[in-house]
Design a protein around this ligand. Structure first.
Ligand code: NAI
Length: 697
């Protein structure tokens, strides 16, 4: 029997002690579970009738891992490490029986057992690297001893789950049980005893594939890939130590490295993001049990860059999708792009031809509106023009069946105005995907003033189904992501006119951890795109408001970015490497002269503060206006849609780290001396005054 105090029970079957963890929902390895397991082991050791032990999880899974509520608290004995050591040194055979998840600490316990069996539902993972830490209870020391250094690095560095079969192939699981797991595990343990199998103590095994080259190679790859994140490299260090040092020394080193990672700013940022992403799925005024509309098929209007990518998202999730284009030729061209996209993935070996065929088979093309009328959801992805979108929504209103969701992929336009061209604005919502839509995780869902709650619930759930990270935002120009983006690119443009050059601005961004700065991003997306956005925005320009003239001039000089190999930079044939161009410098300097601005030395600090703090300032306004539900939603958007460095946790988390007072004070300074647009937002001022944080509002 288990009780609330000891959520671990034991019963003895045929000489085998079956120890069951029973701590819903996921058998987190909190203190009570650890103590319970220790107690049960004690009992099993003393019981002459017990020949071997099986450890299993009751309920939903084996174990989801350490209890995150204990994170940051001083460890209470027995710690997970002590528990693992006790299991490993246990004088009778211990078999772990895994079903469903065995993640993190929930895998480190099985790794310390002498044998592991699993049923077909089992999934194992060491996801710690995703939280900026290394597995801290012997995972990095035991896994390489069980499956070799190379395979262990694969598991630890990916952080991803491996299904039962894969875990068996890797050697993590000794045997897959096809019938009842507990019966199978007991039979397995009995056989081990009968066969006289020894206690296979993992600590005594040596590490296979421990060639120094393996580690050198991995470091080279991950130094590039991890972009400033320390945990992947720390994981490699730990596995190398496992391969080269005695077990106890390795365990001590793992502990030191774990603590260093755990206490780092970046791990805090990664843990923040982990929770932020989960929180983002919740909509405050839409109850969890809101009845969702069924989505069994979809339609897309416009099969261009975005429409094609969005169609792929549906097909990848097994949802049949019909794309509508203006003509047979346009349709053919759009479908050819989709096909080419899939084929590229197949040729890289990341998708099988069969899967590609299945997915292509789910995408069909039409040119008549009548042919999409029965879709459960339609996503419009035509050119960014209000009149065109309104015309299309009028047509959709006429043909779509009652209850169909009418979504727009607009990146900036007013969703309510689009909805006004229908008689069912409650069915209209924005689903803002990012480019390339089949790759980028973010889905910014835009709630119009009449959007129905069940439409919101359906689209948020759909986002998850098509493996996106959905975040709900309000309807304002540029919504959350692009609205903020325009704020800092504007400062970047001004800085150019005041004395900086594109490469200097971009370097401040890459030094901060972005893969690219705003100038290089502009060239990648096409300078025509941002020019068009500004053409629209200029209509709302207030009298006396400063305009980014240099940005317009660079485009007007025929520079479209990478597409014609000249933008803010120049490019060589076949290369995407930005090369500073004296021609651009001339254009910028001419604009400075024309505007009567005396060019001056611009420090990196000024670029940093004017760009990043502008971002934070706009985030504060967005929160104040209720356009985002919470500060962490803004972080989720910026990490998954705009390449904000993971190590910094998103703009609002970063603001809390440097302190609202500091951000406020610097913005007030720059507003006075350089750009009135940087006037601190009232919410920022309030936080600065009260010592509050964005996390707490
Ligand atoms: P695109 O120019 O690549 O594709 C637009 C497609 O719509 C073309 O294939 C065109 O033939 C088709 N089309 C035009 N009028 C049509 C009509 N009346 N009926 C059916 N099809 C029609 O444009 P892109 O880049 O795919 O953008 C589409 C939408 O997605 C825009 O609203 C844009 O703001 C938004 N968006 C674009 C992003 C990007 O990075 N390109 C990112 C996020 C959103």
């Amino acid at each position: 029997m288990s009780t609330a105090e000891t959520p671990v029970s034991m019963d003895i079957r045929d000489g085998i002690a079956v120890i069951t963890m029973d701590s819903p929902p996921v058998n987190a390895l909190g203190h009570a579970v650890r103590a319970g397991l220790m107690g049960a082991l004690e009992q099993a050791e003393g019981d002459q009738g017990v020949n071997a032990v099986v450890i299993r999880g009751g309920g939903r899974c084996f174990s989801g891992g350490a209890d995150i509520r204990e994170f940051g608290q001083p460890p209470a004995a027995p710690t997970l490490r002590e528990l693992c050591a006790r299991i490993e040194d246990f004088p009778k055979i211990v078999v772990a029986a895994l079903h469903s998840t065995a993640f993190g600490g929930g895998l480190e316990v099985p790794l310390s057992c002498h044998y592991r069996v699993a049923d077909a539902t089992a999934q194992v993972a060491l996801p710690e690297v995703k939280l900026g830490i290394v597995p801290g209870s012997g995972g990095t020391q035991r896994l390489p001893r069980i499956i070799g250094a190379k395979r262990a690095l694969k598991v630890i560095l990916s952080g991803d789950p491996f299904a039962a079969d894969a875990a068996h192939d890797l050697g993590i699981v000794d045997e897959i049980i096809s019938g009842d797991l507990t019966d199978g595990a007991v039979a397995y343990a009995k056989k081990l005893v009968a066969d006289g199998a020894g206690l296979r103590k993992v600590r005594d095994l040596s590490v296979a594939d421990a060639d120094p080259e393996v580690f050198a190679e991995m470091r080279k790859t991950w130094e590039r890939r991890s972009r400033g994140l320390l945990a992947p490299l720390a994981c490699i260090d730990c596995v190398e130590i496992a391969a080269t040092k005695p077990f106890d020394e390795g365990m001590a080193a793992e502990r030191d490295i774990f603590v260093k990672c755990r206490d780092s700013e970046q791990s805090k940022a990664q843990r923040h993001l982990f929770f932020a992403e989960r929180e983002a799925a919740k909509v405050k005024d839409v109850p969890k049990d809101t009845q969702k509309r069924p989505i069994n098929n979809a339609a897309i209007v416009g099969c261009g860059t975005m429409g094609g990518g969005i169609a792929m998202c549906f097909a990848n999730a097994g949802i049949p999708v019909t794309v509508l284009e203006t003509s047979d030729e346009a349709l053919k061209a759009g479908m050819a792009k989709v096909e080419k996209n899939y084929a590229a993935t197949v040729s890289k070996g990341r998708l099988s031809q069969d899967t590609m065929d299945t997915r292509m088979g789910l995408i069909s093309g039409v040119t008549e509106y009548a042919d999409i009328g029965s879709a459960d959801i339609v996503v419009e992805a035509v050119f960014e023009e209000m009149d065109l979108k309104k015309d299309i929504f009028g047509k959709l209103d006429a043909v779509m069946k009652p209850g169909a969701i009418l979504a727009t992929n607009t990146s900036t336009l007013d969703v309510d105005e689009i909805a006004s061209s229908t008689k069912r604005p409650e069915d209209v919502i924005g689903t803002h995907f990012f480019s390339p839509a089949n790759v980028m995780k973010l889905m910014e869902n835009v709630r119009g003033k009449e959007t129905a709650k069940d439409v919101i619930a359906t689209v948020m759930a759909l986002g998850k189904k098509i493996e996106k990270i959905p975040v709900l935002v309000g309807n304002c120009d540029g919504f959350v992501g692009n609205r903020m983006y325009h704020r800092y690119t504007r400062q970047a443009y001004f800085l150019l006119e005041e004395g900086a050059l594109p490469a200097q601005v971009d370097k401040v961004f890459t030094d901060f951890g972005f893969a690219m700065g705003p100038m290089a991003v502009g060239d990648l997306a096409g300078l025509d795109v941002s020019y068009l956005v500004r053409q629209r925005q200029v209509k709302n320009k207030k009298p006396g408001e400063r305009w980014p003239v240099a940005a317009d001039r660079v485009f007007e000089a025929g520079r479209k970015g990478q597409k014609n190999m000249m933008g803010w930079y120049k490019y060589e044939e076949g290369s995407r490497k930005p090369i500073p161009d004296p021609e651009v410098q001339k254009i910028i300097e001419a604009v400075s002269a024309e505007l009567g601005i005396e060019r001056r030395e611009i420090t990196d600090q000024e670029i940093h503060e004017r760009c990043f703090y502008a971002l934070i300032n706009e985030g504060a306004k967005i929160l104040d206006e209720g356009m985002a539900q919470r500060a962490s939603d803004i972080d989720t958007i910026w990490i998954n849609g705009y390449g904000f460095p993971v190590a910094k946790g998103g703009p609002m988390f970063h603001a809390d780290q440097v302190g609202a007072a500091h951000v406020y004070e610097r913005l007030a300074h720059w507003a006075k001396v350089a750009s009135p647009l940087l006037e601190p937002a009232p919410l920022l001022e309030k936080l600065a005054r009260t010592g509050g944080t964005f996390a707490d509002i």
